[in-house]
Design a protein around this ligand. Structure first.
Ligand code: IPE
Ligand code: IPE
Ligand code: MG
Length: 249
């Protein structure tokens, strides 16, 4: 390992290790625009976006962030041209197959959230395999939101709770935030401390609606394929300068 790569893996000196976000969520946006600016088809942006995500995961792990949740495909993204949707589904499957060994070596625990049952069968199988094989890994919890929608997640939680009430195993008076959260996809990861959205868009686009009630939001104009360690460093500096009040004074 070179001196330079050693230095890169260390937390930058101006960041306080005790005040890092435990859990970062990221809306990886701007792949299409990145490609368009270069006169390339949109899919080339998605392909480059995978490299960015890999680098971000490695960086989070190196710097001591314990959980990263990335928005890969929303319930609304089915509305895109069929060839783009098909490309993305194939890309997810190829990348998972290709990267599983390295995730095992790097002690990454991968997890998928969303309405996974509606994904292509072969992708579902790769997803199950990767979750099963990495389930005991410890270094970082890496969650990929695929066919994920915040509203869909809340509706499915309501349905599960209603079913319990109907069966007589749950009393409506017992339903509180803690009970409700047990039915969300994020039961293991919890709420993000920091949301990063690339490409300048100031919206949540149906991502983790319940979980982000008190998440700090950071938006950068940088397009996702151009997001790098220096950008993550900037986002973390901005986060550490925030005063998280949670409604108190
Ligand atoms: C984000 O990039 C990736 C996915 C939604 C899958 P976009 O594809 O939304 O890129 P823009 O926003 O069109 O530039
Ligand atoms: C959000 O990006 C979804 C993902 C990054 C997977 P979109 O590009 O779909 O969001 P909108 O359409 O700009 O709100
Ligand atoms: Mg977009």
């Amino acid at each position: 390992m070179t001196a330079e790569s050693t230095a890169l893996s260390e937390l930058p000196a101006d960041l306080n290790p005790d005040r890092l976000p435990q859990h970062i969520a990221v809306i990886m946006d701007g792949n299409g625009r990145w490609a368009k600016h270069r006169g390339l088809p949109r899919i080339m942006g998605h392909r480059r976006g995978v490299d960015t995500l890999k680098e971000m995961l490695r960086c989070c792990k190196d710097w001591g962030v314990k959980a990263l949740t990335a928005y890969a495909f929303s319930t609304e993204n089915w509305g895109r041209p069929l060839e783009e949707v098909e490309f993305l589904m194939n890309l997810f499957e190829r990348v998972l197959r290709r990267e599983l060994r390295e995730m095992l070596q790097e002690d990454v625990q991968i997890h998928f959230v969303g309405n996974l049952g509606a994904l292509p069968q072969s992708l579902q199988e790769e997803i199950q395999r990767s979750m099963e094989e990495t389930k005991n890994n410890q270094a970082i919890q890496f969650t990929v939101a695929t066919n994920y929608g915040g509203r869909q997640e809340i509706v499915q939680a309501c349905r599960a709770i209603a079913t319990q009430v109907q069966a007589g195993t749950l009393n409506p008076d017992e339903i509180d935030e803690t009970v409700f959260e047990k039915h969300l996809y994020t039961v293991k990861t919890g709420n993000p401390d920091l949301l990063i959205r690339t490409s300048g868009e100031m919206r949540l686009s149906n991502f983790l609606l319940w979980q982000m009630a008190y998440t700090e939001i950071y938006v950068t104009d940088t397009l996702w394929p151009d997001f790098d360690r220096a950008e993550l460093h900037r986002a973390l500096c901005a986060y550490q300068a925030r005063d998280r009040r949670f409604g108190c004074v």
